[in-house]
Design a protein around this ligand. Structure first.
Ligand SMILES: Cc1cc2nc3c(=O)[nH]c(=O)nc-3n(C[C@H](O)[C@H](O)[C@H](O)COP(=O)(O)OP(=O)(O)OC[C@H]3O[C@@H](n4cnc5c(N)ncnc54)[C@H](O)[C@@H]3O)c2cc1C
Ligand code: FES
Length: 290
């Protein structure tokens, strides 16, 4: 059962100015967590700040029984967390929420004119499922755990697109590359200080336009996710995105984290809880507020 556990920090490093990678022991999370799920974490052992803070599970190390989160210092909770050292303890609830759907095994069948579908391996000649993983800034966190899982699946080609404001905020590029040499890495910065000069979504647009992608996963700032959603609708490619909302209870009771989604009937909508039905949603289900 998911309940609060006290965990020991095994390591904390500032991997870029203001960005921290924090590892802690948790055999339970190692075995239970799925990519895209998050933990609700008390940043200090006092009740100040009162509420825990949500963080995506960024890495899982089965050999060491460790889990890592990657976070940016933006306020009081994360500033307190950044002061924690090895062997310090904190409490954590998780894994919470609904994560990414892993691609089905099998190879992609692309009938002329018909919808794409997945068929068993032996039925069709090789045709790898082409996946784009698109991260904006610290949005790489849940996607890195996803990449750890995708690495073990056969017959995928994976393009990893990481964007940031500048070179200082480009996170985990070398780690993505060493995770699997097959991962093709594209880096982009808004100020042109490294890689492609411009938004990472422009690289995605080029890949989609060339019909090079079958499935897209994304996490990052809302403006980036809106652009990703628009592109996937335009090119009719399925995808899943991870949303962030400020949270109260973290477990589905307070409704403070809702987002607007399409309902069952045409033109209908319903509010769904990011902490419970999300944070990962199929991209076509989200109704973006102005
Ligand atoms: C499901 C989920 C997963 C997340 N995963 C990560 C992660 O892997 N790494 C990471 O760095 N952050 C992640 N976040 C965001 C993280 O929870 C907030 O940055 C954190 O709670 C801020 O706490 P604070 O006390 O430092 O800042 P606060 O003092 O609470 O807030 C500082 C500023 O950040 C804004 N803010 C706070 N929470 C959020 C939020 N959820 N979304 C958008 N803006 C917010 C506030 O409006 C305020 O302007 C995630 C959020 C959600 C909902
Ligand atoms: S945070 Fe309370 S319902 Fe989501």
């Amino acid at each position: 059962m998911t309940s609060y556990n006290t965990v020991n920090i095994t390591r904390q490093d500032e991997i870029a100015p203001g960005f921290y990678l924090l590892s802690f022991k948790s055999p339970f999370l190692v075995h239970q967590a799925q990519p895209g799920q998050f933990v609700y974490l008390r940043c200090d052992n006092t009740y100040d700040p009162l509420l825990p803070r949500p963080f995506s599970i960024a890495m899982v190390d089965g050999e060491k029984n460790e889990v890592a989160i990657l976070y940016q210092v933006v306020g009081r909770g994360t500033a307190l967390l950044a002061q924690k050292k090895e062997l310090d303890r904190f409490t954590v609830l998780g894994p919470l929420g609904r994560g990414f759907t892993l691609p089905p095994s099998g190879r992609l069948f692309r009938p002329k004119g018909g919808p794409k579908r997945i068929e068993p391996l032996e039925s069709f000649p090789p045709s790898f499922l082409r996946i784009a993983v698109v991260a904006g800034g610290v949005g790489i966190a849940p996607l890195f755990f996803l990449l750890q899982r995708l690495k073990d699946l056969p017959d995928l080609t994976i393009e990893v697109l990481i964007g940031a404001r500048s070179i200082k905020q480009l996170l985990l590029g070398p780690e993505v590359k060493s995770l699997s040499p097959q991962n093709k890495l594209h880096l982009a910065t808004d100020d042109g200080s490294y890689g492609f000069h411009g938004p990472v979504t422009e690289i995605l647009a080029t890949l989609l336009k060339a019909d090079k992608m079958d499935l897209v996963y994304a996490c990052g700032p809302e403006a980036m996710l809106k652009t990703v959603a628009g592109l996937l609708t335009k090119y009719n490619v399925p995808g899943e995105i991870s949303l962030e909302k400020q949270m109260g209870c973290g477990v589905g009771a307070c409704l403070s984290c809702v987002c607007k989604t399409k309902g069952d009937k045409e033109n209908s909508f319903l509010y769904r809880r990011v902490c419970k039905e999300g944070p990962v949603f199929p991209v076509q289900e989200i109704i973006w507020e102005e």
